[in-house]
Structures are given as C-alpha cells and as structure tokens.
Design a protein around this ligand. Structure first.
Ligand code: ES4
Ligand code: ZN
Length: 319
C-alpha cells in the first residue's frame, strides 16, 4: 500500500530483521541462542507485551557500534520508503543500550548518519524521539535526559515505552517537566495494556501531545469525548495489537469504531520485524480485515501528517 503517509510510532530496535541480527552478531562476535534465522523467526510468538519485550531486549545484544545503528536505520528507511512512508518519527531506547555499555553518542551518531541522508537517499524526512523505559526508575530517566543534552539538536521529543501495567505515567512527571523546559515535544505509550486512566494521566500530568496506542480509551466514553474534542492523535498499531494479543483477531480491531467516534487515528507499525509488517502492510491489513474504504484510508494518511511534528508547510511538502 503506497499511499503517502507519515509513520509516528516506530521503535527502531523493533526493525531488526533476523537476517540483519545474524549479520551483526557475526560482525561483532556475539553469540545468539538461535541456530539460524528460521529458528529465530519461529520464536516470534508472543503471549503479551512482556513476552515480546524479553526477546526485543535480548536481540539488542547485536547492536554495538555506530555502524550497526546506521545499518539498522538504513534498512528500515528503505523498507518504509517502499511502502509510501514520506516522513518517520523514530523512537529509540537509549537506556536499553546504556545498560549494555553502549553510549548515547554511539546510538545517536549512528542513527544520525542514516537519518542525515535519508531525504536524499530514501525520500523520507525523519525525526528522533528518545523513549524512557517506564519499568526503570524516574531517576534513571532523568540521568538519560542529562546524557542526551549534547545531542538535543538531533532529538525532537521524548516518549515513554516498555512494560506499561504497574508503571503509571505520573512516575515520570519530573522528567517530562524537564524535557518540556528543554523545548522537547512529548508523547507517551498509554492504554496499550494499561487502563484508560493512564491515558488521562499522560495528558494531564505529562502534557503529551499524542498518545501512542491509546486503544483502551474505548472503555471510557468521557475520555473518548475529550480526545475527540481536543483532536488528540492516537498512534495505533493494528498488527502489533494482534501479535501481542491485545486484540484477538484483526477483524475485531476497534479502529472502525474509533474513526466513527471521531477520534484522530493514525496507523503505524510499532516493531515491524517482530509483528509481521511495515506501515504499508498495516494499512493493507486493516483495509482487508476491516473493510476500510478509500476515504477512511485517506483520512488515516492525512491524519498522520497532521499529527506529525512537521511544521505545517513541511507537512504539505512531504505529502
Ligand atoms: C513496544 Cl509494542 C511496545 N509497547 C511498549 N514498549 C515497546 N517497546 C518496543 N515496542
Ligand atoms: Zn510502541
């Protein structure tokens, strides 16, 4: 599906395909506990968010050098471009790398090398969003923000990801206040596995401009009303929801009901190497499984540019 679109919910570490994982493992002398790419791909069966995160963090062991991060981002951008992505706001998880002794500079400079030439090479404009791991402490998030200071010219905003339940947004009030004071934009995962109250907290306490996932807002009519009134964008990831069993089958996904309710929905790929598809694959999957028409698909694509952090005139150009 090559409708021009922006991708607003994409974890760069979640674009690590098995083939590249083995290539980087060999290059870095890292031993992977899987015989080959087929065996690894067979491990991509998840019970819930945590069972996915375990593998996601395990495979990061192969990412060690600037060149690794550059190769990872280039591979993603080529695939995204082929599926109509014109602009990508890319999440990365520095704490997961710092914990392995990989410095902030290695990650940001490596990704930056790919992103710098992305417009010319792939026809995709890009921005970086640094995520805090919500199952780590607020103090660790603050240290991470501090470590990012030399690289702020390359980072448009902050996000919040990893295991949601038991880690409400309010835990990160201070670090989000600091990020806002530094001129960073704010988003957060909320309402993926966590309750609607986490969405409210992300808006009220963290001051986020978009909600990543936000699926469970549908359990609260008053929250839906607020999200519609304030045009708060939701970055939905349909194939991710099925793979992580938030939704039983794609045909049961609430996207059509969400559009009917007037919510500002976008469709994104989350961790495409793990969940069975890139941005265009997600568009195509919802078109087929949910019977979305041309007008709804165009609305989703238009929303993606409107909800992006591009300036209005840049957004029109990317489209
Ligand atoms: C994630 Cl799907 C999802 N949810 C929360 N945190 C994540 N990190 C990478 N993918
Ligand atoms: Zn995500």
């Amino acid at each position: 599906m090559s409708l021009p679109k922006a991708e607003l919910h994409l974890h760069i570490e979640g674009t690590l395909e098995p083939e590249l994982a083995f290539e980087l493992a060999a290059r870095n002398g890292v031993e992977l506990p899987y015989a080959d790419t087929d065996t690894l791909r067979k491990a991509y069966r998840f019970e819930d968010l945590q069972s996915f995160l375990n593998l996601y963090y395990e495979l990061m062991a192969v990412l060690r050098t600037e060149r690794d991060f550059e190769d990872l981002a280039n591979a993603y951008l080529a695939r995204a471009a082929a599926q109509g992505v014109r602009h990508a706001e890319i999440f990365f998880d520095p704490q997961a790398h710092l914990a392995r002794g990989v410095e902030m500079g290695t990650v940001v400079e490596g990704l930056g090398r790919a992103l710098e030439h992305s417009q010319a090479v792939h026809g995709v404009s890009t921005q970086l969003i640094m995520c805090f791991l919500r199952d780590e402490s607020a103090a660790s998030a603050l240290e991470t923000l501090e470590a990012a200071k030399p690289y702020l010219d390359r980072i448009v905003g902050v996000g919040l990801d990893s295991a949601e339940v038991g880690h409400p947004p309010a835990k990160f009030r201070e670090v989000y206040e600091a990020a806002a004071a530094m001129g960073l934009r704010r988003v957060a995962h909320a309402g993926e596995e966590g309750p609607p109250e986490y969405i409210v907290e992300a808006l009220d306490v963290l001051g986020v401009e978009r909600i990543d996932h936000g699926l469970r807002c549908m359990e609260s009519p008053t929250l839906v009303e607020r999200l519609v009134r304030d045009r708060v964008p939701l970055t939905l990831c349909p194939l991710s929801n099925v793979r992580l069993r938030t939704v039983d089958v794609l045909g049961d996904h609430p996207l059509p009901a969400m559009l009917d309710a007037g919510l500002m929905c976008t469709v994104n790929s989350d961790d495409p190497a793990y969940f069975g598809g890139y941005a265009g694959d997600n568009f195509e999957a919802v078109r087929v499984a949910l019977g979305l028409g041309e007008e709804q698909l165009r609305e989703l694509a238009r929303n993606s540019f409107l909800a992006s952090f591009l300036e209005h005139d840049e957004g029109l150009r990317a489209r």
